[in-house]
Ligand binder design. Sequence first.
Ligand SMILES: *Cc1c(COP(=O)(O)O)cnc(C)c1O
Length: 389
Amino acid sequence: MIPTSQAPVYLDYAATTPLDPSVLDAMMPYFTTLYGNPSSIHYFGQQAEAAVERAREKVAAVLNSQPGEIIFTSCGSESDNQALRGIAFSERANRQANHLLISPVEHHAVSRTAMQLKNLHGFELEYLPVDHFGRVSPDEVSKRLRAETALVSVVYANNEIGTINPIDEIGAICQSQDIPFHTDAVQAATYLSLDVQALQVDLLSLGAHKFYGPKGVGVLYNRKSARFRLMPVQTGGGQEFGLRAGTQNVAYIVGLAEALQLVAENQQVWIDRIQPMRDALIGRVLETIPDSRLTGHPRKRLPNHASFAFYGIDGNALITILDVEGFACSSGSACKTGNPEPSDVLTAIGLDRSWALGSLRITLGTHTTPDQIDRLVAILPEAIERARL
Ligand SMILES: *Cc1c(COP(=O)(O)O)cnc(C)c1O
């Protein structure tokens, strides 16, 4: 039930973000008058193709890369799938590399793809250790790299606990050993640098709806390199340099590029506004709620991200209580709602069941106000008491 006194407050920006109005404006012509197929030779096709190529250049500029290294996909999940399968299959075909090294705090788009590569295709899957903040240590990557490692994949910033990984250091290690390195940057895109040269990544995944763009469109950055070659997963027409068949979703691609540029231009302004509200929220929650703890790193975390565990509460019940009170929050990854098992990520950072089932994720964004945070903090202690098991 939505309380009549106040509109519901959205505090789940890690699940998705609202489309920025300027992004919608940029997209509109491609739903109406500019409807050509980018592969067509005629005038209509040329207009659509030009729009896709302008978008590719914009994305490439933000990533400090070349347009020929930008592949448009249907979402962040597809980018992760294409990166893992595309490298695993080609590295095995080219040099018998059969070893996959991933973190235990990956999004399911990575972890379940890796699991399928193991179960169905016989790859050896090894998990990197993480500390109790969910961070991967570059030294641990170093120790585990082998000549037959096909791919290393480490999430840039975790969606459930907000922890940021030292991607540049891991990238340097992988590059020195000539091992392809992928990072899932879907959560990181709004707040962290996406400079693929500084990060030293070979493959990087993005999904537009996490940065004020439309749902259903993503990017896979694919470094042009003599060391490896991505094998296409979706075969058919020659779109996207033969790496992702299917007529491009022109309007959404235009929207993705517009949103990414918006983010690049406003990143620091947004951080300066959002992070103090987030810090106040964390401080107040830990102060006022007994048996509470922050999950993820206290400082090396996304500036809009607060995540907690409360001992002995039902996290899903808490989300429902908060929803009735007019606050939209999450217990972790959006896909896990209704699942009574503790999340893989919270288990990987060593939380036992009584803590891990009582998780709460509050993620802020461009529309968040200090007043909204004050109101949430005011009702939270009682909401948590009601959710105690
Ligand atoms: C949301 C998310 C994904 C999936 O992106 P979609 O565009 O929704 O498919 C992958 N990885 C992380 C870290 C995410 O937060």
